[in-house]
Write a protein that binds this ligand. Structure first.
Ligand SMILES: Nc1ncnc2c1ncn2[C@@H]1O[C@H](COP(=O)(O)OP(=O)(O)OP(=O)(O)O)[C@@H](O)[C@H]1O
Ligand SMILES: [Mg+2]
Length: 333
């Protein structure tokens, strides 16, 4: 099919390529040299992050789930699509996801992005991120009532209540994997006098599950704050986890607030079906268990959390039954 599906995250960009039926995921990052010379994009820009000299600026154009840097986001879209089209962009349809709890202007920016980026879009459709998540987790959202979706990403957690394919309530909170990494950095600094980079903090976070299961300590490289020298240190991940506990509680508080506002009839469905948890951040060790304990609900986890949205987009694009879940902006009003 001559169409592309796009999920723009604060950390990752995912594209479903309908022309050859494939998926791609890269860092949603750009490296610019000087004022405005493109130096690298995607995963190769990420490689340079925290390593590049001062004349190269490496940044994420999406901040807190919305497009903050339109110019660079336009450039990224054009380059990614051009790569997927092997340098020969033809007119295609585009399906782009948007967070539920954003302003009309922020929502419009996703649509305009595609129209303004020279990818020769024929039609542009918008899909609510939470709806795509639900379809990506194999929920038949068109008939299901009371679906409680939580997507924990890099900078945002989107908590949504869905019914019959639409959003009843949605809340976007500024909490996610990046905050977990920041907490880890602060804890390692405080407990071990060790300064570590963002990438090391993230690796430590991802390794935590395995490390705790094996009962061993993690080993990280950083700069000793006292001597100023690069060193390797063994880290007790239990101590590090304590620093993230508060972040998880913020998410749980957000979930509880939406649960409290859920109309009783929908609440009964949620009681039966539980919470659906996805997004890369949801893989954090203990997070799903803590959520289940705090809410008393079953927590269903996604098999492939970073790709749930784009899998849902793919199905909405392909399956006729779901076609009404994608709306052109005119219809969306
Ligand atoms: N196994 C894992 N354990 C813990 N965290 C993980 C794991 N895998 C990925 N993550 C985290 O998931 C986050 C990225 O998730 P995701 O791709 O869903 O975010 P995004 O869609 O780019 O951001 P957002 O939805 O906030 O705009 C990163 O912070 C990453 O460290
Ligand atoms: Mg996301």
């Amino acid at each position: 099919m001559n169409a592309f599906g796009i999920d723009l995250g604060s950390s990752n960009i995912r594209i479903y390529n309908g022309i050859d039926d494939s998926f791609m995921m890269e860092k949603n990052m750009i490296a610019v040299e000087g004022k405005d010379t493109l130096f690298a994009y995607g995963d190769s820009a990420f490689e340079m992050y925290e390593k590049a000299p001062d004349n190269i600026t490496v940044s994420y154009p999406v901040t807190n789930g919305v497009i903050a840097d339109i110019k660079n986001m336009n450039t990224l879209i054009l380059y990614f699509i051009n790569d997927l089209c092997k340098g020969n962009i033809k007119g295609s349809d585009y399906y782009i996801t948007v967070p539920g709890d954003v302003t009309e202007v922020e929502r419009r920016a996703f649509y305009d992005l595609i129209l303004d980026s020279n990818v020769k879009a024929k039609n542009v459709y918008i899909i609510e991120k939470a709806v795509a998540d639900a379809v990506g987790m194999d929920i038949d959202v068109k008939t299901a009532q009371g679906v409680f979706m939580v997507d924990i990403g890099y900078q945002t957690t989107e908590i949504s209540l869905l019914s019959l394919g639409g959003i009843v309530t949605s809340r976007l909170i500024k909490m996610g994997g990046q905050k977990f990494d920041d907490s880890i950095k602060a804890a390692v600094r405080k407990e071990y006098n060790l300064f570590i980079g963002d990438k090391t903090a993230e690796k430590l976070k991802i390794a935590m599950r395995d490390v705790q299961q094996s009962g061993q300590n993690a080993v990280v490289y950083g700069r000793d704050i006292i001597t100023g020298l690069p060193v390797e240190k063994e880290i007790d991940t239990e101590i590090v986890f304590e620093s993230i506990r508060e972040n998880i509680e913020t998410i749980i508080d957000g979930i509880k607030q939406i649960l409290e506002r859920t109309p009783p009839e929908l609440g009964a469905d949620i009681y039966h079906n539980g919470i659906f948890l996805t997004g890369g951040g949801s893989e954090l060790v203990h997070l799903a268990d803590m959520t289940a304990d705090a809410t008393g609900l079953v927590v269903n986890i996604s098999e492939e959390p970073v790709a749930t949205v784009i899998r849902g987009v793919n199905r909405i694009m392909k399956e006729k039954h779901f076609s009404s879940l994608a709306r052109s902006v005119e219809d969306a009003g």
